[in-house]
Design a protein around this ligand. Structure first.
Ligand code: FE2
Length: 221
């Protein structure tokens, strides 16, 4: 299991601003409606309802942009994403400790992401806490235009917002490479390839890149 990955300044500023004003223009409903079973009791937030075809088109364009981001491509091997949810936490709202479902629609949930639209100075509380299997926990307060991507099979929670408003996009990624060990193998070999490139051993880097592409072909499902 990897630690959560945080990527700052995720989109160019202009695109971030466009996503932010899109999210602010949406209508919100009780987020508890999309929770199942026990999660209903611990989920207290608001979620956007995409009402027009224009809103649905915009949110899928945002999903495509997240999927196509160079760092997401090179590290997480995304095959497909769920339609992101826009979630809002007002004072007193939180989402207690839980794990997400293994599949959402047709997407196997290998990684979860939260992309933050609020500036961290605009709200108090509302940290995302990701718990790992060895009882470690990571408390993450995202900056605006930052994304955190973490293993979906981690227990996680959103702490209560004390002041202000926390507005985020939340979604899930299915990887082209289904198993952690396989993804880690490609990441490590890519690291070696980049080392060869940095030390100007370009011929070896190209040869290794060929093998990386072969590994991806073999591992892809
Ligand atoms: Fe969750």
């Amino acid at each position: 299991m990897n630690k959560p990955t945080v990527i700052g300044d995720f989109f160019p500023k202009k695109i971030f601003k466009e996503i932010q004003s899109f999210a602010e223009s949406l209508e919100f409903v009780d987020g508890g409606k999309t929770a199942n079973g026990a999660a209903k009791k611990i989920k207290s937030n608001l979620q956007a309802d995409y009402r027009t075809s224009e809103e649905k088109r915009t949110i899928s364009k945002i999903a495509q942009a997240i999927q196509g981001h160079a760092l997401v491509q090179s590290y997480f091997f995304p095959k497909k994403l769920t339609v992101p949810m826009v979630s809002k936490y007002m004072p007193g709202m939180s989402y207690g400790k839980h794990v997400d479902r293994s599949h959402i629609g047709s997407v196997r949930t290998d990684y979860s992401f939260t992309y933050c639209l609020s500036s961290s100075e605009d709200y108090e509380g509302g940290e995302l806490v990701v718990h790992s299997s060895d009882d470690q926990q990571q408390k993450i307060k995202l900056q605006a235009n930052s994304i955190v991507i973490y293993d979906t099979n981690s227990v996680h929670e959103v702490l209560p917002v004390i002041k202000g408003e926390r507005l985020c996009l939340v979604g899930w990624i299915e990887c082209l490479i289904p198993f952690y060990e396989m993804r880690e193998c490609v990441r490590q070999v890519t690291k070696i390839k980049n080392g060869l490139k940095d030390s100007k051993q370009n011929e070896y880097a190209t040869l290794l890149n060929n093998e990386i592409q072969n590994l991806i072909k073999i591992f892809s499902r």
